[in-house]
Design a binder for this molecule. Structure first.
Ligand SMILES: Cc1cc2nc3c(=O)[nH]c(=O)nc-3n(C[C@H](O)[C@H](O)[C@H](O)COP(=O)(O)OP(=O)(O)OC[C@H]3O[C@@H](n4cnc5c(N)ncnc54)[C@H](O)[C@@H]3O)c2cc1C
Length: 436
């Protein structure tokens, strides 16, 4: 029997899934598949909380598929090796999936498309994790926009109600449209088989945020002590455990500020797709050879939340303990590393990439380059935020700080490791000289 394989990646849900809906209408029964990609897994710490998150959601999908009368394949290995085997073992008419815009993913997908072609199977990828991707929102001259305000305006002018319409994947996900693995082929790897330990980090349930959070978002989003001031949807957007269309529709109807923040996501994904080199180097060629400092002790103090700047320290401790950090603290912590310590943004980007449960290359690279003044969109390179002013503005009563830095206010809390004015002048001077 010919089948269509549906390959899940950043879309761990059956509901409102663009590629899955198309697969279920492909004319062949669908066998959903997830690959624990060795190339990605071998770089991760064996206690990485993201693996537990992914594993639990894959297992949930397998249960849901069984309940619907179908099956689910989960494999561990190099992606091309897994597909070579599957193309031998099954009569695969097509491989359907959703687009992924990161540099490694685009190369990997091109290789899988070639394998499919050789085996006489179709390979199709669909837009699912953003409203507009790649070339859909360009400037009047047909170029990728580097001005967020203009991009957001064009995005909002282009968006039509049908862009937020759910895809009928849940309705079509029924026995007559589903295939099962061959006998003996249904065994899925456990976390242990994958070489990982269970590490659960609290995340909100995979459902739309409470109406009150969305309603007041524009007034509450900037205050890190208010745990209900933002949606906490980033992890679900990263792994597709909630549909971006439903979230953005809710935002569009209730809170334009929230919609605008989410448009940053489309924007950064578009930029990374056009400029994949920016994952590794400054977008701005003039900013590629700055004489960044290397100071292992100060770097360690930053990672451990011991800089003596309470907002930065609270943020870093929230990150280390919970895998999440409030946006205001991300701004303070990143600004401190790239300007006050004058260290390479790539070092901070890398640290966040290991710790954030919502780590998303396009958002992380885009925001770090913004903070460092090196990106396609960026804060002016001479802007150095004062951590004390940010503290006064966003956590005036030190409520957030007290949540994460218990020794704050005692003599156990460290003195500032650098002085704001001196550090600011040092960074500005070094960038002024180092810009080519
Ligand atoms: C240095 C730095 C690194 C960051 N790294 C990441 C990252 O790896 N992954 C990530 O998802 N976000 C990242 N962000 C953006 C932002 O901090 C988080 O998306 C947000 O804090 C997540 O919490 P939330 O879901 O409650 O956000 P909310 O404020 O409720 O926003 C809703 C959604 O909008 C999107 N969004 C909000 N702000 C931004 C932004 N500035 N840029 C892009 N998208 C945004 C996110 O998808 C977010 O989940 C980073 C920001 C900075 C300053």
């Amino acid at each position: 029997m010919k089948i269509t394989l549906f390959w899940h990646r950043r879309d761990l849900r059956f509901q409102d899934n663009a590629g899955l809906a198309a697969a279920l209408q492909s004319g062949h029964p669908v066998l959903p598949l997830f690959i624990y990609d060795e190339t990605i897994l071998e770089k991760l710490d064996k206690k990485d909380a993201r693996l537990t998150f992914i594993f639990d959601h894959v297992e949930r999908l397998a249960d849901e598929a069984k309940e619907a009368g179908g099956g689910f394949l989960a494999r561990h290995g190099k992606v091309e090796t897994v597909f070579k085997q599957l193309l031998k073992d099954y009569d695969v008419a097509a491989i359907y999936t959703n687009e992924d815009y990161e540099p490694y993913a685009t190369t990997r997908d091109a290789a899988v498309a070639q394998l499919a072609e050789k085996a006489g199977a179709e390979f199709k990828a669909f837009k699912d994790q953003v409203i507009f991707a790649k070339d859909e929102v360009l400037t009047k001259n047909g170029k990728p926009s580097k001005v967020f305000g203009a991009y957001s305006k064009a995005w909002q002018a282009k968006a039509k109600p049908e862009d937020f319409e759910p895809h009928p994947s849940a309705r079509l996900f029924k026995k007559e449209n589903l295939a099962k693995p061959k006998a003996g082929d249904a065994k899925r790897p456990t976390l242990k088989d994958l070489g990982f330990e269970r590490h659960e980090q609290p995340t909100p349930p995979a459902k739309l945020p409470a109406a009150a959070v969305v309603k007041h978002y524009d007034k509450t989003r900037d205050f890190p002590a208010d745990n209900k001031g933002t949606t906490h949807m980033s992890v679900h957007l990263r792994f597709g455990t909630v549909s971006v269309r439903q979230l953005m529709k809710q935002a569009q109807e209730v809170n334009i500020k929230l919609l605008n923040e989410m448009i940053w996501r489309d924007f950064f994904m578009m930029l990374l797709w056009h400029f994949p080199n920016t994952a590794e180097e400054a977008y701005d060629p003039k900013m590629r050879h700055l004489p960044y400092r290397d100071d292992p002790e100060q770097y360690k103090a930053w990672t451990e939340g011991r800089t003596g700047y309470p907002l930065v320290d609270a943020g870093m401790r929230q990150l280390n303990e919970s895998g999440y950090m409030h946006n205001r603290a991300r701004i303070a912590a990143a600004g401190f590393l790239v300007k006050h310590l004058f260290m390479d943004w790539k070092v901070g980007e890398h640290y966040f990439s290991e710790k954030l449960i919502d780590y998303d290359m396009s958002n992380n690279v885009g925001n770090w380059q913004w903070m460092a003044g090196t990106g396609a969109v960026a804060a002016p390179w001479f802007r150095v935020y004062s951590p004390d002013s940010q503290q006064k503005q966003y956590d005036p009563d030190y409520e957030y700080v007290k949540q994460w830095v218990p020794e704050f206010g005692t003599d156990k809390y460290p003195q500032p490791i650098v002085e704001h004015k001196e550090a600011r002048e040092r960074a500005i001077e070094a960038i002024r000289k180092g810009r080519k």
